[in-house]
Design a protein around this ligand. Structure first.
Ligand SMILES: C[S@@+](CC[C@H](N)C(=O)[O-])C[C@H]1O[C@@H](n2cnc3c(N)ncnc32)[C@H](O)[C@@H]1O
Length: 294
């Protein structure tokens, strides 16, 4: 009976994790649809999902627009303050394409790390290996012949993708160090729709690990602020997505609002007020991270 119970609980948690892993496809499909409509440009996302997919409601497209622009605004501000002499760790990166955008915009940090479950990472690496527009920029930014590209990890001078479970902090720490994470460098940590899939104590452990590991850092999280103040960050701010939407460059907002007709403004408002971006900072090197805002 015990064995059956253990097997059942293993199967349940495995199925739950499988559902979590599948969320990276939802995010990519929605982002691809929005970019196909012209909300923002992402020439790389097409390599991670086969087709544009079904039409999404304008509220969803505007919500993704606000999320992507909001996160990019904070991320780019941090990299600029550090004059690219920094590193980025994207937790639960899924099929995200930020590495390629930063390379095209001459904003690459010293090293860009991504972490996700090994099966998600294996899929991402397979796409990179088989699609030259994805692999070329990685090869171009690599100087020696020691590029590691196997089924479960990629490690080049500027880009590293690691398969790991974010709930297992000691394994995560070990893997990041193995791939030359430097705790002395200003570090931007990002989790976009990821912590919500863990228990509060698991996500607090991750956020606390980050606060303990880096002395000059910013953590951008597409969710709540309270857990940062409780886990050793010096400063934390949060804005709901409706406020962020109203603070984005309004000429671009006016442009995307002309892309699709939106009947029910209240629905968009309700949807965006439901989500937030939170960012927390530590600043021993006095880069001015705490002043980064919208
Ligand atoms: C909703 S997707 C978001 C993907 C990406 N951040 C984005 O916004 O496009 C959530 C991602 O977090 C990853 N994830 C969730 N829990 C994780 C864990 N415990 N360890 C590693 N990755 C995890 C999932 O596999 C998935 O790729």
């Amino acid at each position: 009976i015990l064995l059956m119970a253990a097997r059942k609980s293993f199967t349940d948690s495995d199925t739950a994790d499988e559902a979590v892993r599948a969320t990276c496809d939802d995010a990519t499909i929605c982002k691809r649809f929005a970019t196909s409509k012209g909300y923002w440009k992402d020439p790389y996302i097409q390599y991670f999902t086969r087709s544009v997919g079904e039409r999404k409601a304008p509220e969803i497209n505007r919500g993704y627009y606000a999320r992507v622009q909001g996160v990019n605004h904070l991320l780019d501000a941090f990299i600029r303050k550090a004059e690219c002499d920094c590193q980025v760790i994207n937790f639960g990166a899924g099929l995200d394409t930020t590495f390629w955008r930063l390379k095209d915009e001459n904003l690459l940090p010293r090293k860009f790390f991504e972490v996700d479950f090994p099966t998600v990472v294996a899929r991402k690496i397979h796409n990179i290996k088989t699609k030259p527009p994805l692999s070329k920029p990685i090869i171009e930014t690599h100087s020696t012949d020691s590029l590691l590209l196997d089924a479960h990890s990629l490690d080049s001078d500027r880009y590293c993708i690691i398969g790991a479970d974010l709930r297992d902090i000691s394994n995560l720490d070990e893997k990041l160090k193995k791939f030359q994470l430097n705790s002395e460098l200003p570090t931007l940590l990002l989790s976009e729709c990821v912590l919500v899939y863990m228990t509060p104590s698991q996500s607090s452990n991750l956020v606390h690990w980050a606060a303990e590991t880096f002395h000059t850092a910013m953590f951008i999280n597409y969710e709540q602020k309270e857990r940062f103040l409780k886990t050793g960050w010096e400063h934390a701010d949060a804005l709901d997505m409706m406020t962020i939407y109203s603070m984005l460059p309004q000429d671009d907002v006016a442009r995307i609002e002309r892309l699709e007709f939106l009947d029910e403004k209240e629905l968009l408002q309700q949807l965006l007020q439901h989500y937030s971006i939170c960012w927390a900072t530590k600043d021993k090197l006095n880069l001015g991270n705490a002043q980064i805002c919208f």
